[in-house]
Design a protein around this ligand. Structure first.
Ligand code: GLY
Length: 578
């Protein structure tokens, strides 16, 4: 049987932006008939396909890819962080695993404030105080035990091999390690792994070997999650944390549990969306925005037109106020999910949107009242139509930049996703409220949005992306590009993006996303549109469309069964199928 793979390349990005909005520049999606894996690192995608070929299902492949990315994509792939998995089983049941980090038992609401109540710069993003209790190992093992078919040893073997024997670095891997070099050089154990002697960075063609990580993964393979949560790995992390002023305790690890939740669902123009519930804001806010947009003829208004962008921005503005002020960990706060995903509520929002004038964000400020680029998403579907969408993260690129000596495991800085101080923007500009305040064992609010869409009882699309607060709008825009604008899955992912998150009251756009005429029209409506130079790469979406590469092809019949697309913004990702 033939294997098909295409790697995301920077050259393709340049081409796709340069020719937008004609969008003919995107390469064809990867086509396959039996299974598809799309991830941010080509070796991990191939691991997933190998698992599918040997009879594993999509959940098995998701577990193996999760472990493999922890080795070959250290900027965001992880066992020292956490994430979410949305699953759609072949008969249509959907479920959701929350294995995101929890705040340590010794955490406090004001732990990142100084004596004057001001935020201590860097305290929630660097070093051990920034680390939330990791959930990835427990999450991947829970998925395997409940929904997988292969043994833990089989699913961990490829990751152990890459860690022990090493893997050859290509351009994207080297660029990623180079970007993290400064952060990683601050921690002796991290520098010893990810930098060469003398602090030099790796070069293309060199091999990265991670023996300590291989030993940690082997111990997890042999002893299960207890090796991580109850054994030597937890001991090593707690010891390193204490030595560096952190607050992680063995009890934090011993008490960690995974939550199985119902995905948030909504219907958009006849398509059934299943996405992440709180503690993610992703599914709720995607549904809220889609419900508002359903009242506008986006297909007629056209991709990138001033009218389309205006209504998208206004829907985003209203939805992000709700996100930032009202959502949080469901074990700690009452989330108004029903209200925010109600069509009647969307109608109320539409009634507040002027067709001619930009809204004003500060007028929406609730009474009393961040995130990072480096998360990663992968999408998988198998020969039986079991579909899995996983987004998991260390939060910032390489997380907190620390590795507990002897473990080889990079640790997250997920604590920065909490509200350090209500009303103050976090590192990534999100102004959040009390619902997301720090409390022991609480999970910080996320934007991660692993999403599976069905139509007429069959899987239609698997989609998600990294991108901090922009995860939501990246995922949303890919969905409307396919459903409303008729793009194929690769074009939909590659198309230039816009983003608004209530505060700051600015419409951010990728370079070339909007024409000069469109910018003029938006400016006349009162929108402040800017290119955000601090975000050179807006996410790396990974998607699969089922039954054809476009809605038109699906409706006509005869398209390829699985059509995979890795974002052309990604430098080492791949869609691989068989
Ligand atoms: N740390 C990114 C997110 O969870 O949204």
């Amino acid at each position: 049987m033939l294997s098909v793979t295409r790697r995301g390349t920077f050259a393709a990005l340049i081409l796709s932006i340069a020719l937008s909005p004609a969008l003919a520049a995107s390469p064809e999606p990867v086509k396959a008939e039996h299974g598809m894996v799309v991830s941010a690192q080509h070796l991990a995608s191939d691991v997933g396909v190998d698992i599918l070929r040997k009879g594993g299902n999509a959940i098995d492949a998701a577990v193996a890819v999760g472990y493999a990315l922890a080795v070959v994509y250290p900027t965001a792939g992880n066992i020292g962080g956490g994430g979410f998995m949305t699953i759609r089983l072949k008969h249509g049941k959907t479920t959701f695993l929350d294995f995101r980090e929890r705040a340590p038992l010794a955490s406090t609401k004001a732990m990142y404030l100084d004596g004057k109540g001001e935020i201590v710069k860097g305290a929630s993003t660097s070093g051990y105080l920034a680390v939330g209790v990791p959930g990835s190992v427990m999450g991947l093992e829970t998925a395997r035990e409940k929904y997988g078919t292969l043994s833990r040893e089989e699913l961990l073997a490829p990751a152990i091999r890459f860690a022990k024997d090493g893997f050859v670095l290509d351009q994207g891997d080297v660029a990623s390690l180079g970007n993290g070099a400064k952060k990683l050089s601050n921690d002796k154990a991290a520098a010893a792994i990810f930098l060469k002697p003398g602090g030099k960075t790796f070069e293309i063609g060199e091999t990265l070997v991670q023996p300590d990580l291989a030993a940690s993964l082997t111990s997890i393979s042999q002893n299960g999650p207890d090796a991580f949560y109850k054994g030597a790995i937890a001991d090593d992390i707690v010891k390193a944390s204490a030595a560096a002023g952190g607050i992680l305790a063995k009890a934090d690890f011993e008490q960690y549990t995974v939550r199985e939740l119902n995905p948030v669902t909504c219907n958009y123009r006849g398509y059934e969306i299943a996405s992440s519930p709180p503690p993610s804001s992703g599914g709720v806010i995607i549904c809220e925005i889609l419900n508002v947009l359903e009242g506008y003829p986006l297909s007629y208004l056209g991709y990138g037109s001033a009218e389309t962008v205006h209504v998208m921005v206004e829907a985003m503005r209203h939805a992000y106020v709700d996100r930032n002020s009202a959502l949080g960990d469901p074990d700690f706060v009452e989330n108004p999910v029903e209200k925010f995903t109600d069509k009647a509520y969307a109608k109320e929002i539409r009634e507040k949107i002027s067709p001619f004038k930009a809204g004003i964000s500060k007028d929406l400020m609730p009474k009393g009242m961040g995130e990072s680029t480096e998360t990663t998403h992968y999408s998988i579907i198998d020969n039986d139509d079991n579909a899995v969408a996983v987004t998991y993260t260390l939060n910032g690129s390489f997380g907190a930049g620390v590795v507990a000596p002897g473990t080889g495991i990079l640790l997250n800085n997920e604590m920065d996703d909490f509200t350090s101080k209500p009303g103050s923007p976090n590192l990534y500009g999100l102004v959040q409220g009390e619902a997301n305040a720090i409390e022991p064992k609480k999970t910080p609010l996320s934007s991660m949005s692993p999403t599976i869409i069905s139509k007429d009882g069959k899987p239609f699309m698997v989609i998600g992306s990294p991108g901090g607060a922009r995860i939501i709008t990246i995922t949303l825009e890919t969905i409307i590009n396919v459903i409303d604008h008729g793009m194929n899955i690769q074009e939909a992912i590659d198309a230039p993006r816009i983003h608004h998150q209530w505060l700051p009251d600015t419409v951010f756009m990728e370079p070339f996303a909007l024409s000069t005429d469109t910018l003029k029209l938006l400016s006349e409506m009162g929108h402040d549109v800017q290119i955000d130079a601090s975000w050179p790469v807006w996410g790396q979406a990974a998607g699969i469309l089922v039954g054809g590469k476009t809605v038109a092809e699906i409706e006509k019949g005869g398209g390829a069964r699985y059509n995979g697309a890795m974002d052309s913004r990604a430098t080492s990702g791949a869609a691989s199928g068989y």
